[in-house]
Design a protein around this ligand. Structure first.
Ligand code: F6P
Length: 343
């Protein structure tokens, strides 16, 4: 009989709907399928540094599937980031506390930064498994991260609502969508919400192309326009993308223009059913890897399959919208303006 395994779970980086579903997927599979001991680690990697642990038994895992946020809390702590010559050796502390707790493995649920830290901890000899989450959908190696579908629902609903008010006032409405350096959320929500202009960081835009397109729309009798911009597009540092683009449009087109910055609304609330399914599947897959002692992996979605890749191959790598993505082709075909001279 092999020793009963003891695993830790942490959630790190920006929160998103589905984190608790993932914690539940890991915990319930570990307990029900493998009789493992499960320990929650508070506030991401900070919890490992400060020894903030909470036992996760079955009652603690009940009722959290539909709950937004993370019951463990999160932080953007980067243990390997040097913060001055007097900085404490955080990776050393983490290893000491990992050994003190007698962990067989820690499951790190997070985005690019978290996967990078997980890969580095694995190189230091810790057993880790990564689960990719973020509303940005920009973790390399997986077709999708959980959090994205829930944010897509929220952003699309917001754009739907802008159509009615834009039409009432005959205005141009600019909405800023999160996504960090990637344009996945803006592109998908822009297309799902019927955006007339969609700007993403991956495509360099020309403001003259945009103003010309919007003037043409107005001249053709269109009563209003919807402009969807990813927060990461090129713009002056101190101003938000929506503010910058809205001012340029109002000056260049001469039609009343208003902006909406959707912000953290996109990270709140209960996860969508698809995110619950993806987060749960990722959690279960992570525990199967632990049971096989197949460490140093990140679970992934490839097509319909849930699989895994070595963390060393994916840690910290960004997945951006390819400029030949089929949805971009469809957008152009529909006559959507992507800010480029080809449309
Ligand atoms: O990574 C998720 C995300 O919401 C990004 O879309 C956004 O740019 C960033 O987090 C905001 O970071 P913070 O939560 O630290 O303000």
């Amino acid at each position: 009989m092999s020793k009963r395994k003891k695993i830790g779970i942490l959630t790190a980086g920006g929160d998103c709907p589905g984190l608790n579903a993932a914690i539940r997927g890991v915990g319930k599979t570990a307990i029900a399928k493998y009789d493992m001991e499960v320990v929650g680690i508070s506030s991401g990697f900070l919890g490992l540094i400060n020894k903030e642990f909470v036992p996760l038994d079955d009652p603690k895992l009940s009722g959290i599937l539909t709950q937004g946020g993370t019951i463990l809390g999160t932080s953007r702590e980067k243990p390997f980031k040097k913060t001055g010559h007097l900085s404490i050796d955080k990776p050393k502390l983490i290893k000491e506390h990992y050994d003190e707790m007698g962990f067989d493995c820690i499951v790190c649920i997070g985005g690019n930064g978290t996967m990078k830290t997980a890969a580095l901890l694995h190189e230091e000899g810790l057993n880790v498994i990564g689960i990719p989450k973020t509303i940005d959908n920009d973790v390399w190696g997986t077709d999708q991260t959980f959090g994205f579908d829930s944010a897509l629902l929220i952003a699309t609903d917001a754009i739907d609502r802008l159509h009615t008010t834009a039409n009432s006032h005959k205005r141009i409405m600019v909405i800023e969508i999160m996504g960090h350096h990637a344009g996945w959320l803006a592109l998908y929500a822009g297309m799902a919400g019927g955006g007339d202009v969609i700007l993403i960081p991956e495509l360099k835009y020309d403001i003259k192309v945009i103003t010309h397109y919007l003037k043409k729309r107005a001249k053709s009798g269109k009563p209003y326009s919807i402009v969807v911009v990813a927060e990461g597009i090129e713009k002056p540092k101190k101003v938000s993308a929506a503010t910058y683009i809205a001012e340029k449009i109002e000056d260049g087109v001469g039609i009343e223009t208003r902006k909406t910055i959707l912000g953290y609304i996109q990270r709140g609330g209960s996860p969508s059913p698809m995110d619950r399914l993806l987060a749960t599947s990722f959690g279960a897959q992570a525990v199967d890897l632990i049971a096989r002692e197949d460490y140093g992996k990140m679970v992934i979605k490839k097509g319909e399959e849930i699989s895994d890749l070595p963390l060393s191959e994916v840690g910290g790598k960004l997945r951006l919208v390819p400029t030949d993505h089929p949805l971009l082709e469809k957008a152009k075909g529909l006559g959507v303006c992507l800010g480029t001279s080809s449309l």
